[in-house]
Every structure is written in C-alpha cells, then in structure tokens.
Design a protein around this ligand. Sequence first.
Ligand SMILES: *[C@@H]1O[C@H](CO)[C@@H](O)[C@H](O)[C@H]1NC(C)=O
Ligand SMILES: *[C@@H]1O[C@H](CO)[C@@H](O)[C@H](O)[C@H]1NC(C)=O
Ligand SMILES: *[C@@H]1O[C@H](CO)[C@@H](O)[C@H](O)[C@H]1NC(C)=O
Ligand SMILES: *[C@@H]1O[C@H](CO)[C@@H](O)[C@H](O)[C@H]1NC(C)=O
Ligand SMILES: *[C@@H]1O[C@H](CO)[C@@H](O)[C@H](O)[C@H]1NC(C)=O
Ligand SMILES: *[C@@H]1O[C@H](CO)[C@@H](O)[C@H](O)[C@H]1NC(C)=O
Ligand SMILES: *[C@@H]1O[C@H](CO)[C@@H](O)[C@H](O)[C@H]1NC(C)=O
Length: 401
Amino acid sequence: MIVYNCVTLVLLSLLPHIHNKLIADGLRSKLASIVLSKTNTSTAIVSLPLRLALCKLTQHAEGEAKSELLSILGFQTEGKLSVCLSAVQNVLTTLESFDFIMLSRILTNDTDEYTNTFLKPSFSVQVDKVKYHQNNSAVNYVNNLISTKTLQRLKYILNNDDINNRTSLMLVSAVYFKMTWEIPFDLKKTRISKFRGFDRNISLVPMMSQDNLYLFLIDDGLGLKMIDIKLATQGLSMFIVLPDDANSMAYFLSSVLTEPNFIRSIKNRMKLRMLTLNLPRFKIKSLVNWKWDLQQMGLQKIFLSNETGLDSALKNNTKRHLYVSGVKQKTFIEVDEMGVLRGDGLRHEFERSQDDIISMTNPTLEFTADKPFYFSILIHYDLSDYKNTEDLLNGVYYGPQ
Ligand SMILES: *[C@@H]1O[C@H](CO)[C@@H](O)[C@H](O)[C@H]1NC(C)=O
Ligand SMILES: *[C@@H]1O[C@H](CO)[C@@H](O)[C@H](O)[C@H]1NC(C)=O
Ligand SMILES: *[C@@H]1O[C@H](CO)[C@@H](O)[C@H](O)[C@H]1NC(C)=O
Ligand SMILES: *[C@@H]1O[C@H](CO)[C@@H](O)[C@H](O)[C@H]1NC(C)=O
Ligand SMILES: *[C@@H]1O[C@H](CO)[C@@H](O)[C@H](O)[C@H]1NC(C)=O
Ligand SMILES: *[C@@H]1O[C@H](CO)[C@@H](O)[C@H](O)[C@H]1NC(C)=O
Ligand SMILES: *[C@@H]1O[C@H](CO)[C@@H](O)[C@H](O)[C@H]1NC(C)=O
C-alpha cells in the first residue's frame, strides 16, 4: 500500500516507551481464549477496538451497567477511563503509519434521541447514525463504509438480519494487518508443502523458509514449540506456538492463555537459537459476533432491552431504552515473504547481515509450522526488557480454507 524509503522506516522504528500497559487485560485474554477455542476455523481477533468502544459506553453508563463495564475493562474507578486511549495512542500512531488499519464504530438509529455528548467521537470511536427502518440500505451503508476505510480489504461485516426493528446500538470494528518482517523471507526458497490439519486432512500451502537466529523453546511437557520472530517495526514481534496435537492446542487455549504471566514465563525460558524456520504464507479473514462471549464474561446489563443503564446517552424525553444489540468484528491478517514494500537500500542491508549469520553456523534445529498453530503480535513496550510484552492481536491458523 505504501512504499517506504529507508529514512521513514528508521523513524517508524522508534516506538515510544509506554509505561501504562493497558491494551492487555482480562478482556483481551479471556476473549481470546473463549473465541479461539470454540472453533476449528482460522480466526484472528483484536480486542483493542472493542475495548475503546466499551470505554466510550462506560462514559454514558450508570448503575450496574457501569460497574460491569468498569470491571471488564479492569478499572476500579471511572477516573481511570481516560487512560483507555492515552495508553495506546503512541502505539496506534506508529502502527497506522505501517500497514495496520483499525476502526471502531458505534451504530445508532437515525433519530434525534441521542445526546450530543454521546454522538461526539471519543476514545477514537465514532458514532454513525444509520436509518434502521431501511434495513437493507443501512446494512449496505455500513458495509461500504468499512470497505472504504479499509481500502477494500474488508467487506460485508453486517448481514441483512443484523439490523431489524429491535436493533438499538451495534458495536462494529474492523482490523487489517499485513506482517512486515525485520528480515524478509527469500521468495526463491518458498516451496509448496503439506499442511496437516487436526482432522488429519492434508492441504498444500506455500511454505516460506529462512535460516536465522530466533528466540526459541521446546516444552515437551506441554507439547508445545515456540518461536519469536521480529517484525520491521522495532518493538513488535510475531510469537508462534506450535502444539503437538489438538489436545495440546486445547490445553494451551483454554487455560494457559488466560494466565497473565504465562507468556512472560515462556519468554524467560526462550533461548536464541540458529534454526530453520518454515512458515506457511497465509491469510486469515474472520468475522466474529462477541455478544454471547461478553455475556459469558459478565457483561450483561448493557445487552438488556428493559434496563436503563445506558439511557443517559438519550435525551430526557425519550421513551425508548438504549442497549447493545450486537458486537461484530471483522479482521484480515496477511502473512507473506516481505510484507509492505520497502526501499531497496534497507533490503540489501538485511540480506547482507543475514548471509553473515548463515555463513557462521549451519542450523540443525527446525521450526516447521506444518500443522495448526497459535500466533500473536506482541508489543514490546520496553526495548531494554524484551520479555515484557503485551498482545495486540491473537489468532489460530488451522490451514487454508
Ligand atoms: C427489512 O425491511 C423489509 C422492508 O421494510 C422487511 O420486509 C424485512 O422484514 C426487514 N428485515 C428484517 C430482518 O428486519
Ligand atoms: C418487528 O418485525 C416483526 C417481523 O419482521 C414483526 O412481527 C414485529 O411485530 C415487529 N415489531 C415491531 C415493534 O414493529
Ligand atoms: C428508527 O427510527 C425510525 C424513525 O424515527 C423509527 O421509525 C424506527 O422505529 C426506529 N427503529 C428502531 C429499531 O429504533
Ligand atoms: C475441533 O476439532 C477437534 C479435532 O478434530 C475435535 O475434537 C473438536 O470437537 C472440534 N471442535 C469443534 C468446536 O468443532
Ligand atoms: C477432510 O477430507 C475429506 C475428504 O477429502 C472431506 O470429506 C472432509 O470434509 C475433510 N474434513 C474437513 C474438516 O475439512
Ligand atoms: C430485564 O429482564 C431480565 C430477564 O429478561 C430480568 O432478569 C431483569 O430483572 C429485567 N430488568 C428490569 C429492570 O426489569
Ligand atoms: C435530564 O433530567 C435530569 C433529572 O431528571 C437532569 O438532571 C438533566 O439535566 C436533564 N438533562 C437534560 C439534557 O435535559
């Protein structure tokens, strides 16, 4: 999408240090483990845009609805709410100048029932009025909006039955991300190879290959292999967990992912190793509706049409209650040899240093992602402590669809 020259890339790499770590929280890890473990289809989720929308709702919530929201966001008091956006603003700015597009919208009916404060954007979340009674054109309008904002990468986030005569608020988010590696893969080394699903079905995938130094760990007890691959934006890496089988995957997703210190403890045990990394070139497009999952996590009042918890977003003379009818997210993740096109100067520099390393050692270890794997994009807030990370994105790849 954007061609970077060397200078821009270096500037982009100066990811600011951030001490308030608030992307990650119970919302992110619980949602990830619930959403990722209940399906056998490749899925990628980013809880941050949902988090921002919930922060905006919290501003207008009262009573139990407000307590539930604060609790799921991990805040003791409303005073902390402003941190929702400020803690992540710098990371977002950096990512947006890369190939990362994220938007979070709240849809309402096209009436004058809402207060001006509610209609004003906050936490980077915009409110869109759509004509709910013209359900098909409302759906088209929203789908076109998402498509335009994501440069045609994401279409069809809403179905015709998402908007009906009982719809109140819809929370809608979309994320597009294309991985750009610190050291690109050599296109000439990509081979078509077998990928074996948990159901033992074999499909063919383009397998990229690279010999390099990576942080690596094998845990035979848990049946997991793990690797950390640096992305071009300094401070971001892709973390991949390759379970031996479906049971190891299920165990990892259901319990280990929700343990706040698990990734840190793994990172402590990871060692730099010279190895051959084989990773499929892949794309994941996924669409999730989180209403049920959020209800399971204890967020209930905001979904009830008979409750008044969100009514302060409405003008005083309104007879209707305000509630959330649906929470949808569509994501599109792309992984290939290069990522975003970059200037030639930088690429040569990478290739030289890569050759230097390869000439020193011959890898005997191998990390081959030829069966379903979990992955996340990690943000390293503090570059002097590489193990101190938070997830921006979580996903599972089960093979090509
Ligand atoms: C959409 O609107 C049409 C015409 O107004 C109506 O017949 C149809 O039942 C509506 N669909 C839904 C899902 O509400
Ligand atoms: C909503 O639409 C359904 C059918 O689409 C209809 O049965 C119901 O009466 C409508 N409710 C209201 C409040 O208009
Ligand atoms: C949306 O607003 C229109 C126009 O005021 C109204 O006729 C319709 O009943 C509203 N629909 C919903 C679902 O609130
Ligand atoms: C996913 O696949 C595994 C192994 O094939 C199976 O045991 C499990 O029931 C499946 N889960 C779902 C939700 O389909
Ligand atoms: C596995 O392959 C068989 C035969 O090709 C096919 O019928 C079946 O649907 C596949 N299973 C999955 C889960 O894709
Ligand atoms: C709203 O309805 C639910 C069940 O649908 C009920 O448990 C709850 O008490 C009701 N709330 C109010 C304020 O009436
Ligand atoms: C709505 O009513 C409440 C008390 O009933 C009052 O405090 C508030 O100022 C009113 N808001 C508007 C916008 O009129």
